[in-house]
Design a protein around this ligand. Sequence first.
Ligand code: GCU
Length: 621
Amino acid sequence: MLAIEELKDGWMGKAGAKMLLIVKFDQSIKGDGYILKPQSIQAATPVGLLYGAFDYLRRQKVGEDLHVTSNPSYQRRILNHWDNLNGTIERGYAGSSIFWRNEKQAPTVTEADRKLWREYARANASVGINGAVLNNVNASPIILSDDYLNKVKEVADVLRPYGMRVYLSVNFASPMVLGKLATADPLAPGVINWWKDKANEIYKAIPDFGGFLVKANSEGQPGPQDYKRTHVDGANMLADVLQPHGGIVMWRAFVYSASDKDRAKQAYEEFMPFDGRFRDNVIIQVKNGPIDFQPREPFSPLFGAMKKTSVMPEFQITKEYLGENIHLVYLGTLWEEALKSDTYQQGKGSTVARCTDGSLYPQQYTAIAGVANIGLDANWCGSNFDQANWYAYGRLAWDNQLTATQIADEWVKLTFSPDQTTAGDSKWQNGFLKPVTAMMMKSREAMVNYEMPLGLHHIFAADRHYGPGPWYAPKKVRVDWTPPYYHKAGADGIGFDRTSKGTAAVNQYQQTVADEFDNLKTCPEKYLLWFHHLPWTYQVASGRTLWDEICYRYQDGLQSVKEFQKTWDSLRPFVDEQRFEEVQSKLQRQYHDAQVYKDGCLLYFQTFSKMPFPPGCEKPI
Ligand code: GCU
């Protein structure tokens, strides 16, 4: 275990080696950043030393330069646990919650819990994650009861030495459910007082409590709109009660409701009119894409557009739509693509990263959130390769300019190379490191291809997020969940017309980007069917018809998984049996399920295209 107080002379090098640890401000250090030299670590804060120590160890192991100054891109680097108080996890694929379990009476804490939380905190600190929201965004009001707050305090006490703060998701109707008030109207004095008292109570127990995460008026959750109030009224009321304690409100922009309108437009429409009206300690938490953590989406148009409001990106580490804990999908590439997307809001180079990390807009607080993939499973994440996603999220939260390639390279070295010499060993590098990182780097694109290529999205059945179902919705389901809502496949073609002649969702982007997406000639092919509805015979860049290209992509995605299997099978000599077999069997299942995606989607779309499968595309089995 390595905690702040454990840093001692000589602990990192050979026996007797001296290491100087200096807590002293330097102009080049920002926040919890640090300066590394071969014989010293300097930081402005104790936790900065801890981050520096972990980076030192990483660099030693992967063989990188030990002269570096490193500063965090975001002040708050947070995990969002979608953990329910009964121990289940919404969209969790790694077992039950590490924080909560189904308990009839007041929640308990054991020594085993503390040990686990320490390990969890240490893993987070090793990549610079410094906050955790401990409960589901679909929040139970009970989390704010005395019994649960006692347990939250216990968690906070364990996480603190590792530089982590705790946050809570709160239910907007808590004053009614817990406080027995007649309303949760954010402007009602009784409601405001209830929240004030609650904040005082929390901070008395947890002086460094981070703040609240709120999902309001979305998917049936209560919120200020229930009282004809606005997001501003709700968020600012909570911000005001937290402000004296230094707390923040992360108010989610993931809002959508049953409607036949274009769901991709709703967040922007609801939030843009309020730009500039939120308190400084409110951050609007925006999912990377406008719909919902799909394998590929264009960036949310809110990034960069809200110029007078703090905005933070929300990524999903747990793979709700990306094959759960079964498919090998490395998400570093997805997040790099999202962070480097150019919004053009302050001219060329206004990437999502720069629009949210304080480089382009003054933000009192900067933050980033990742929906955790952590549970009680022995490997934490439900599969060995899913650990790479936890790691990658932390690394990008610390440095949003890192590349997915570099992170994959680091992770493979840290995870699979048995010792320092092996990481630099050319046999190991060529035989294992290269093929594994290549597989990781290709994995997300492979999934996009066998799941929903060319900008298609949400081709799942309405009641599931695993397996294809672009044809299926249970009876009486909402209109926006009923096919062909998302793909719009019909005799005339396929794709969602969001151009200026369609739903005009393109117009929510800055003009340069809007024009690029709107125009068929310039719209990137990866977003083609996100923005355009096109005939089956439309000719794409490869010269193929759209139908043939769709077939080709599904086939290509499937083929990639076959190659991953071959690659992995050849790597047996480099991996222990347990991990080798786990990955091998998951890849088998992935191949099978990718085939189901390909065959299911193509057979269904063919009922509209009425065109034959082109050469090279295996006929569905
Ligand atoms: C998705 C997910 C839900 C989750 C929601 C959210 O819709 O399926 O389980 O609650 O996102 O982010 O709030």
